[in-house]
Ligand binder design. Structure first.
Ligand SMILES: Cc1ncc(COP(=O)(O)O)c(C=O)c1O
Length: 400
């Protein structure tokens, strides 16, 4: 791996006092203001220069009235999906919400009724639970299988039996957060068939789709078959890819016209969200138009961070284990060898190792003993984190 890059991912940008949830939120969320923040999924990197330039130009204009999505905006999104994911989409399929989690919640509202059953594949991103429960729907769990070696896969027998019991919707995480899987075309086709058979609508959260490593490809759920395309809502966004989460952007792609009109009615008529954020639209278009090369280099850098963490664990921390994910900038680390319950593990990491990670149990009971580590930061932060972790574990060993 070479660290030489046209782009500077190496210099850590000071994010303190920028109202950063990840950095400035540590005191409130963890009670540990100095713990290295390797938790919530945003990156410590600046967005690509072309995005900053486009935003600056738009800010200089000075007028921020209601904004619509221009033909150039749609062209940028359509081209991105074609070139990055070999997926041909039509402009008219693209609708928007101020983020992907809102889109999940709107879909739950638009296509199910209170009391309806909605399936998720656990362990999974915590808002999947919230948008179901807090909207008065019932959660149905289809836990992923995990092998002794730590490889995750879908449990189709369990899925089939659960969906047969009057489930109305499945929220798919593809690629999967936190386990980092890319789902194969075969997996997605099988899932699509089971959902069609039981008339279960698929909401595919594909926010991590661009964050995939060499020799892998993400298959959009809607590209699996014509029948799958007509039975899904695909949630995409440039926010993880280009670190734009604070701009509240997304592109929700709904090929089926009837589904799209129902979704749009919920978003724009029932909730009055009719107009896209001006700066969000500017950043999205610039990122998709010009950000490809930046993204390729980012992925090399992030992969290097992952390999570094894995090598450190293999060499110095035999109690831990981690597999390199196929996608995302998140590591799902198995800490069970430390023999601590979830609460003690969290306290140990925060106060002994000085690390703020995401507790695995946030993602479901299957996450007990695991932690999610966000490695989208400069190598120096990752090196420091591993030094602190090694020292804390060494102290723990000697105290036993
Ligand atoms: C699977 C998944 N969906 C959605 C989001 C957040 O989406 P947004 O910020 O656009 O609501 C995240 C952020 O970590 C995520 O991992």
């Amino acid at each position: 791996m070479t660290l030489k890059s046209r782009f500077d991912f190496h210099t850590q940008i000071d994010r303190l006092q920028s109202a950063s949830e990840k950095w400035d939120g540590r005191e409130k969320i963890f009670g540990a203001p100095d713990a290295l923040p390797l938790w919530v999924a945003d990156m410590d990197f600046a967005a690509p220069q072309e995005v900053l330039d486009a935003l600056q130009q738009r800010v200089t204009h000075g007028v921020f009235g209601y904004t619509f999505r221009t033909p150039q905006y749609f062209e940028a999104v359509v081209n991105w999906m074609q070139t990055r994911h070999n997926w041909s989409i039509e402009s008219e399929w693209i609708t928007f919400t101020p983020g992907v989690v809102p889109a999940l919640a709107f879909a739950v509202e638009a296509f199910t009724k209170p009391g309806d059953k909605i399936a998720i594949q656990t362990p999974v991103y915590p808002p999947f639970y919230n948008v179901v429960r807090e909207n008065g729907r019932q959660l149905v769990m289809n836990p992923l299988r995990v092998s002794e070696q730590g490889d995750y896969s879908m449990d189709f027998d369990d899925l089939e039996s659960k969906l047969a019991d009057d489930v109305k919707m499945l929220i798919l995480c593809s690629p999967h957060n936190p386990v980092g899987n890319i789902w194969s075309r075969e997996d997605l086709a099988k899932l699509a068939d089971i959902c069609l058979k039981h008339e279960v609508l698929v909401i595919a959260d594909e926010i991590h789709a661009d964050l995939i490593f060499e020799a892998q490809s993400h298959i959009p759920f809607a590209a699996v078959s014509d029948a799958a395309r007509d039975n899904c809502i695909v949630c995409t966004a440039p926010s993880k890819t280009f670190n734009l989460a604070g701009l509240s952007v997304s592109n929700i792609i709904i090929p089926n016209r009837k589904l799209r009109l129902t979704f749009e009615r919920t978003v724009s008529k029932m909730h009055g969200l009719g107009s896209i954020s001006t700066l969000g639209a500017t950043a999205t278009e610039a990122a998709y138009r010009h950000g490809g090369e930046w993204l390729d280099e980012l992925l090399v850098y992030v992969r290097g961070n992952m390999e570094y963490v894995q090598a450190q664990i293999q060499e110095y921390l035999p109690e831990l284990s981690v597999k390199l994910p196929e996608a995302t900038y998140l590591l799902w680390i198995d800490f069970r060898g430390l023999n601590m319950n979830a609460k003690d593990l969290m306290q140990f990491l925060l106060h002994k190792a000085g690390l703020a990670l995401n507790d695995g149990t946030m993602f479901g009971i299957e996450g007990a003993g695991y932690m999610r580590m966000n490695v989208a930061c400069s190598r120096s932060v990752i090196e420091q984190a591993m030094e602190q972790l090694k020292a804390a574990v060494a102290e723990l060993r000697s105290s036993k």
